[in-house]
Design a protein around this ligand. Structure first.
Ligand code: GDP
Ligand code: ADP
Length: 217
């Protein structure tokens, strides 16, 4: 019998732990971790038309326009039709959520509610390995050797998006546009929200919810 496909999205403001939690979900439940930020970075590196447009917005701490996002994401989601996945960072607007519902059905939407002050602190300490998208935090999950990626030994960088001015504007904007998306999934009966200041305390709740829906690896 074919294995049932399971699809989840994870939503939350920048720094809320979407990437960290998606990586744990992928590892514990054998789902693929898809990330809108990684898809955009691939396009930026490859200098595609969408990548060039995306870069100009990201550099200003702005969201990438919906038409560019759907152009990048929808074909990737269609390619993943036979796989179970957790998608991090998409959809962020109602237009994106509606466009996505025309190419795939979701089983679960996770929403992370993390206080504003906690988010600001976390983003200040976030460093990434650009080639792989691996994310570190100088307190929460520091690299083994300061300033370099654990796997490749290449240097880590702090992204322009995590500089203080960009962070505050991104966090303000998030709340306004996320509300209709959250309501959209609430109406479908697939929304589960989790609140807290620490990923390690939220994780057991997410993990037990998922174990009722996806068999662990
Ligand atoms: N101090 C602290 N940092 C965390 C926690 N959870 C995640 N982080 C770090 O906070 C930053 C943002 O997390 P990330 O998963 O990238 O969030 P995203 O922007 O929602 O994908 C990263 O540097 C993480 O390592 C936590 O519970 N405590
Ligand atoms: N669904 C989306 N809609 C619009 N812009 C997006 C979307 N996903 C990612 N982006 C853009 O890419 C940037 C990086 O995304 P990501 O790696 O998910 O980081 P973060 O979680 O810190 O926002 C975002 O700040 C935003 O400008």
């Amino acid at each position: 019998m074919a294995k049932r496909i399971f699809r989840a999205v994870i939503m939350g403001p920048p720094g809320s732990g979407k990437g960290t939690i998606s990586a744990r979900i992928a590892q514990s439940f054998g789902l693929k971790h898809l990330s809108s930020g990684d898809f955009l970075r691939e396009n930026i590196t490859a200098n595609t038309e969408a990548g060039v447009l995306a870069r100009t917005h990201i550099e200003k701490g702005l969201l990438v326009p919906d038409d560019v996002m759907t152009l990048v994401l929808l074909p990737r989601l269609k390619e993943m039709a036979r796989h179970s996945w957790v998608l991090d960072g998409f959809p962020r607007t109602l237009a994106q959520a509606t466009a996505m519902s025309s190419v795939c059905d979701l089983d679960l939407a996770i929403s992370l509610n993390i206080p504003f002050e906690t988010l600001k602190e976390r983003l200040k300490g976030r460093w990434i390995h650009p080639a792989s998208g691996r994310v570190y935090n100088m307190e929460f999950n520091p690299p083994r050797v300061q300033g370099v990626d654990d796997i490749t030994g290449e240097p880590l960088v702090q992204s322009d998006e995590d500089k203080p001015e960009a962070v505050v504007s991104r966090l303000r904007h998030y709340k306004d546009i996320a509300k209709p998306v959250i309501d959209f999934y609430k109406k479908q009966g697939i929304l589960h929200s989790f609140s807290g200041t620490e990923t390690d305390k939220i994780w057991p709740y997410i993990s037990s919810l998922l174990s009722t829906k996806v068999p662990p690896v």
